[in-house]
Write a protein that binds this ligand. Structure first.
Ligand SMILES: C[S@@+](CC[C@H](N)C(=O)[O-])C[C@H]1O[C@@H](n2cnc3c(N)ncnc32)[C@H](O)[C@@H]1O
Ligand code: SF4
Ligand code: SF4
Length: 306
């Protein structure tokens, strides 16, 4: 195990172009290439293995004013070229359009990614005009379950605007003149990051490099309650364990992610950024490709059908 950790540290050290995310002499801020945050952890679906543990019952949503002040605290330290709004289901948050417009004001040059399961889109007829106003954004719909209204929305949207097809980072999207990119994903397999059920959950204790190789959150740090964590799985773990009265507490101990906060040392913040897109010791908690993944179509249900 220790040899693996040493290998990761060495690998991270060798493969990190230290200048890439390092502030230059003229630019004082550090660059975190991507970060995402939850507008709410509540969801109207329950996808087994959800990376944000939104298959569990949660309450409430994050006011835009709260999110704004949490993001602002980082802005003297970090440059955020790419920012994601996720959930839970972000359209459960009634302030979501305020979030989008507010985020654009706060981060004028940042790409904004907005990801939704699409099932509440009819409640927000103004969403596409808002996204056009926001510009430089990715509007991603994840289709988890068949829904006629959603399929109509997708086909109408595909015909609606003056899109042209682009391929970015191997992903085919529709793009318009406001640099809004429209993308539809239809996942077939989900990775569940812990063994057993929540009540008896245990880490996999895998080889962290192999687990990271199998990961779907390789470049997805999570901003949660003002701190930034490696990913949702790691950042939300403490809360989930507490919800279930800390099952197998000793086996989880080494996986609790302290995260970074705006008051962390520059060394810790830089180390966190240097590890962006790379394996960490805590990735050992996750499964490798040898462990089975879930057939998503049969492990997703409407939240009220659980
Ligand atoms: C956490 S969801 C939040 C936004 C919205 N509820 C949705 O599903 O699009 C963001 C993305 O993570 C993906 N995701 C979540 N858990 C996953 C898992 N265990 N395996 C693969 N993809 C996952 C979802 O498919 C979705 O595209
Ligand atoms: S739709 Fe599924 S993947 Fe998205 S937050 Fe809800 S439970 Fe998670
Ligand atoms: S802990 Fe590592 S392998 Fe697991 S989800 Fe997070 S980044 Fe991926």
């Amino acid at each position: 195990m220790y040899l693996t950790y040493f290998t990761i540290a060495l690998y991270n050290f060798i493969s990190t172009d230290v200048n890439k995310y390092w502030p230059s002499a003229t630019m004082k801020k550090l660059i975190l290439p991507f970060v995402e945050t939850m507008a709410t952890q509540v969801c109207n679906l329950s996808c087994q293995g959800c990376s944000n543990y939104s298959d569990l019952k949660h309450n409430g949503y994050v006011n835009w004013s709260t999110a704004k002040s949490q993001i602002e605290q980082w802005l003297d330290i970090l440059e955020l070229p790419d920012f994601g709004i996720i959930g839970g289901e972000p359209l459960i948050n009634p302030e979501i359009e305020q979030w989008l417009l507010g985020l654009r004001k706060l981060l004028p040059n940042t790409q904004i990614r907005f990801t939704t399961n699409g099932l509440l889109l009819q409640k927000f007829p103004n969403l596409l005009p808002v996204l056009n106003q926001v510009g430089n954004c990715v509007f991603k719909i994840t289709v988890h379950v068949h829904d006629d209204q959603l399929e109509n929305y997708i086909s109408q949207t595909q015909q609606h605007d003056q899109w042209h097809t682009v391929t970015e980072f191997g992903i085919t999207r529709l793009k318009n003149k406001n640099n809004v990119r429209f993308q539809v994903n239809r996942p077939t397999n989900f990775i569940k990051t812990y063994k057993n059920t929540y009540k008896t959950m245990e880490p996999y204790n895998s080889d962290p490099l192999e687990a990271f190789d199998n990961c779907m959150q390789k470049t997805c740090p999570l901003l949660y309650n003002g701190k930034i964590y490696k990913c949702s799985t790691a950042g939300l773990l403490t809360d989930v364990l507490a919800k279930f009265n800390n099952p197998n507490a000793s086996s989880w101990q080494s996986y609790i992610d302290p995260g970074i906060s705006p008051t962390s040392s520059m060394y810790d913040i830089q180390s966190f950024i240097n590890n962006f897109g790379q394996a960490h010791q805590q990735c050992a908690q996750c499964p490798t490709s040898k462990d089975s993944s879930l057939d998503h179509k049969i492990t997703v249900v409407k939240a009220n059908q659980k």
